[in-house]
Design a protein around this ligand. Structure first.
Ligand code: AMP
Length: 395
């Protein structure tokens, strides 16, 4: 996996990233950053939550360099909320460059926005209506814009901003760099890209995914104290031929193995506290089919190529996002179909977010029908407890 410095970002930006606690770029960042630094135009299909703001903000800041005076980057967004978020990102990543931003949106007075523009800014983040207002009043001049970023263009279209957006694009210099981001890329978006962009590179986060495409994976939200019971039910109903259950700790591995064996199924156990002989016996037994279930810590998630594993169940959400990809990669090998399920309790939200960030999309939440949940599982990523229908987006 690449690092931010491999991607060619300058030291002041790298320092800000370290302070933000970011370790690795997300797929859209890894794909978009080098292209933006190479001054290419981009069509990025990515939703919020994939790290897309940093994907355009980081290389743009690198391109702009130290603070200047005239606005050199314009970010056009559909809503005030998004404008505020984008502004926070630019200020966070640009703080060691001294980058100055102006935030322009409607519904508030002009005073502070005009003052910010008069004092000199590098990056303007705006919603279309207010921007045009200030442009008509000649308070804002767009002729110095070098990088134009159109964010959430599908929403701008839905909100009827297309004419405003077109006018604004035409006020910017022709030799600018243009980055267009949209969650969906429809024909209408394609047409905008056709006249507003020059020879664009397409960056689709779905192509950056490393999870085996033949694996269907899902999250089962459940309270932590019901995990054992849900695991047993899930095992019974999954129709597995050969399953690996991953746990975070050696203690959990032993306890779960005991629990499953207590219900009549022999289990192979793999973790670092077992002797080499015990581990070899467990692995050989699992490979030969003597054991249909193996309980393991991450010691078994990397490298082992065990054919015919039909299911992987994560008893815990892995702490390191890459481990998730390694674990689910234990099934679906050599194009065989596989299923991977993860039991997720609310205290594991942070780890799950990191995984979804790495994959570039949310993982489907499921409820095990017929299981007696003590509390209704939350099936919307980070949202309300509304029951969502099955979605087929994780294949
Ligand atoms: P966005 O898709 O731009 O709304 O970003 C989603 C969230 O991910 C934001 O809270 C960012 O601060 C965070 N984020 C962006 N890039 C990274 C990264 N490389 N590592 C960790 N978190 C990140």
């Amino acid at each position: 996996m690449s690092t931010f410095s491999d991607l060619g970002l300058p030291e002041p930006v790298l320092r800000a990233l370290t302070e933000s606690g970011y370790v690795n770029p997300t797929p859209i960042q890894a794909a978009a950053i080098p292209a933006v630094l190479a001054k290419r135009d981009i069509i990025g299909s990515a939703q919020t939550g994939t790290g897309k703001t940093a994907a355009f903000a980081l290389p743009t800041l690198a391109r702009l360099g130290p603070a200047g005076g005239k606005p050199r980057c314009l970010v056009l967004v559909p809503t005030r909320e998004l404008a505020i978020q984008v502004d926070e990102n630019f200020r966070k990543y640009g703080k060691h460059l001294g980058t100055r931003t102006a935030l322009l949106y409607g519904g508030v007075g002009y005073g502070a926005q005009v003052k910010a523009l008069e004092e000199g800014v590098d990056v303007v983040i705006a919603t279309p209506g207010r921007l045009l207002d200030l442009h008509e009043q000649k308070i804002l001049d767009l002729r110095s814009i070098q990088v134009l970023i159109l964010d959430e263009v599908d929403r701008m279209l839905d909100m009827g901003f297309i004419e405003d957006v077109s006018r604004i694009v035409n006020y910017c210099p022709k030799d600018r760099q243009t980055l267009l981001f949209s969650a969906t890329v429809s024909d209408a978006i394609g047409r905008i890209a056709g006249w507003a962009l020059r020879d664009p590179v397409t960056v689709d986060v779905r192509t950056g995914t490393t999870a085996a495409d033949t694996v269907e994976h899902a999250i089962y939200p459940v309270d932590v104290f019901q995990k054992y019971d849900l695991l047993l039910d899930l095992l019974k109903r999954s129709g597995y031929k050969s399953v690996i259950v991953f746990t975070r700790t050696k203690r959990d591995a032993d306890r779960i193995a005991e629990w499953i064996e207590g219900h009549g199924t022999p289990v192979a156990t793999m973790h670092a506290d077992r002797s080499q002989t015990e581990r070899a016996e467990a692995l050989a037994g699992f490979k030969s089919g003597k054991y249909a279930v193996m309980v393991a810590t991450d010691i078994a998630s990397r490298g082992l190529d065990i054919r015919g594993v039909t299911h992987v169940i994560n008893y815990n959400v892995p702490e390191h996002a890459e481990d998730y990809v390694h674990r689910i990669g234990r099934t679906g090998r050599a194009s065989a179909e596989g299923e991977a399920f993860t039991l997720f309790s609310p205290d594991e939200m942070h780890h799950l977010q990191q995984i979804e960030l790495l994959l570039g999309r949310p993982i489907e939440r499921r409820k095990l029908e017929g299981f007696r949940y003590y509390s209704e599982p939350q099936l919307t990523p980070g949202g309300s407890k509304a029951a969502a229908g099955p979605r087929k987006r994780n294949r």
